[in-house]
Design a protein around this ligand. Structure first.
Ligand code: NAD
Length: 267
């Protein structure tokens, strides 16, 4: 693999599993030193770090709750103390706490908003502060910094029974666009990825059940579930100078899920 991220430092939140883990490995293979954030799954983070080191890459694990201001500040401090730099933030950590609105507790509403939306605010705020202060470093990247948010097709597709999640991802979309509008003239690039149904722990009970997979495939014109690597490829591209002119947009990685496939053959 071409070392498109040579001498760059990346912080990936939720790097102990699923999409975050795969993204950490892809960024490291492209030459980035990777700070692998985890919340409670220390083993998972260790797996990610070991996988990177086995391939000759550099990484370390850093614990933090992305929804907690002090915890996020301490995480950034550790990243700067360890690698003395930051070029790429992948704000990926996210959770689901599903229930229809009439049954949803305030606690589950707040936890999802706190993790999926406030987490993006807290992490990107510190990244932007640093990128603004540092600016472009000649010979490293054409941009002063790159931020990638992990959104979802549900930033656009309503999702009954998951109103906290859909509201967080919808909010994240306008957050991302507004931030990009704020900082693009400082050469800071901000974009989102909106995955469809990718096989990770977050939706394990669906893809491990044949019946549910059959139902789900009706929503995916490309007719297969996604793999974490489908998303990691796009994250790598967004993190590199190859996408330099891409600003404030969302790339859907969903096998066509957002194309309203219910309309296929309909009239
Ligand atoms: P996952 O459950 O494997 O990963 C979520 C990660 O977030 C875990 O590593 C978890 O430890 C971490 N996390 C949770 N709360 C945290 C906190 N407070 N602080 C720090 N880390 C925390 O699932 P995934 O599919 O890899 O999810 C990653 C992102 O992708 C999420 O934002 C999710 O909403 C999004 N996404 C996933 C899919 C999919 O089909 N898998 C689809 C659309 C969007």
């Amino acid at each position: 693999m071409e070392k498109s991220l040579k001498n760059q430092v990346a912080l990936v939140t939720g790097g102990s599993s699923g999409l975050g883990q795969s993204i950490c490995i892809y960024l490291a293979k492209a030459g980035a030193k990777v700070a692998v954030n985890y919340h409670s799954d220390e083993e998972g983070a260790k797996f990610t770090v070991d996988a990177i080191k086995k391939e000759g890459g550099e990484a370390f694990a850093v614990q933090a709750d992305v929804g907690d201001e002090q915890s996020v500040e301490a995480m950034f401090e550790k990243v700067f103390n360890t690698y003395n730099n930051l070029d790429i933030l992948v704000s990926n950590a996210g959770i689901q706490k599903d229930a229809p609105l009439d049954e949803m507790t305030l606690k589950d509403w707040e936890l999802v908003i706190k993790t999926n939306l406030t987490g993006a605010f807290l992490c990107s705020r510190l990244a932007v502060r640093y990128f603004l202060k540092r600016g472009v470093v000649e010979g490293i990247s054409k941009s002063a910094g790159k931020i990638i948010f992990m959104s979802s097709v549900h930033q656009e597709i309503p999702w009954a029974g998951h109103i906290n999640y859909a509201a967080a991802k919808g909010g994240l979309t306008e957050f991302m666009r507004t931030l990009s509008q704020e900082v693009a003239n400082k050469l800071i690039r901000v974009n989102s990825i909106a995955p469809g149904a990718i096989k990770t722990a977050i939706n394990e009970e669906v893809w491990k059940d044949e019946k549910q997979v059959k139902q789900l495939l009706k929503l995916i014109p490309y007719n297969r579930l996604g793999e974490p690597e489908d998303v990691a490829e796009v994250a790598l591209w967004l993190a590199s100078d190859k996408s330099e002119y891409v600003n404030g947009t969302t790339i859907f990685v969903d096998g066509g899920m957002s194309l309203y496939p219910g309309f296929i053959g309909n009239g």
